[in-house]
Design a binder for this molecule. Sequence first.
Ligand SMILES: NC(=O)c1ccc[n+]([C@@H]2O[C@H](COP(=O)([O-])OP(=O)(O)OC[C@H]3O[C@@H](n4cnc5c(N)ncnc54)[C@H](OP(=O)(O)O)[C@@H]3O)[C@@H](O)[C@H]2O)c1
Length: 252
Amino acid sequence: MDLGLFGKRALVLGASRGLGAAIVHALAEEGVTVFAAARSIDVMQATDAIKPIQVDLADTGSVTALIATVQAAGGVDILVNNGGGPAAGPANGQDASAWANAFDVMALPLFAITDALIGRMITQKWGRIITVGSSGILQPIANLGLSNGIRGAIAGWSKTLAAEVAAQGVTVNMIIPGRIDTDRVRELDAGRAKRTGASVADVQSSSRAEIPAGRYGRPEEFGAVAAFLASTQASYVTGSMVRVDGGLIKSL
Ligand SMILES: NC(=O)c1ccc[n+]([C@@H]2O[C@H](COP(=O)([O-])OP(=O)(O)OC[C@H]3O[C@@H](n4cnc5c(N)ncnc54)[C@H](OP(=O)(O)O)[C@@H]3O)[C@@H](O)[C@H]2O)c1
């Protein structure tokens, strides 16, 4: 299926590996020119379609510079909000600075970058804002207190924004990963193994047993859903959270 994306431009955050990198490649395959942003640009291969840009989402100056670079290039039609996850730990006992630091890195830069780039989409009456969330928004994950809490706030922001710009042809959606096989999930599995004294293989096996599909997802399965949400065909999908979780989330 031709997704109608040839010649469009995208900015993908958290693009150097994992879910972000898979989205970069899925969009590039559809003929999109992709600005791929992360801290480590040396691991990204620049091509005609993929333009690595260095950004540290924890540094407001770096975020401002990224916005300026993308605007100077004419802005984008598609924005993929993504980035790293916070440290594991309970909701109970996190001090104010832990919450503030996580919010500063996970939420505020996404809000600022979206605000700066959405104007062009509204003017041209076509745009796509796609934000990577977590299954923890719909079914909080034990020992990921910061992630569950802050991603809930991001979900509220995304849904509110969707209604504000729907009439201007801009869709705003979230994609909800369950357990997709990336560095982040491997790190969390290793952390759980250390905490519980189980082997990593046992942690992975009990994790797979919770997933009706019986396996972790592949990053390219996630990237394909992002490309569809960016497509012209997805023009009437907005304010949605699309699960890519092999059935992990138990609620309707
Ligand atoms: N994989 C899953 O199944 C799953 C499930 C639930 C939620 N999630 C969430 O979805 C997001 C992406 O997941 P993932 O598995 O792809 O994670 P990942 O493997 O840890 O990749 C995170 C990406 O974000 C970038 N990043 C991290 N900190 C950054 C910073 N300060 N500034 C700029 N870029 C930064 C990293 O690049 P650099 O290090 O080069 O900057 C990398 O490209 C994460 O927030 C994760 O917690 C993932």
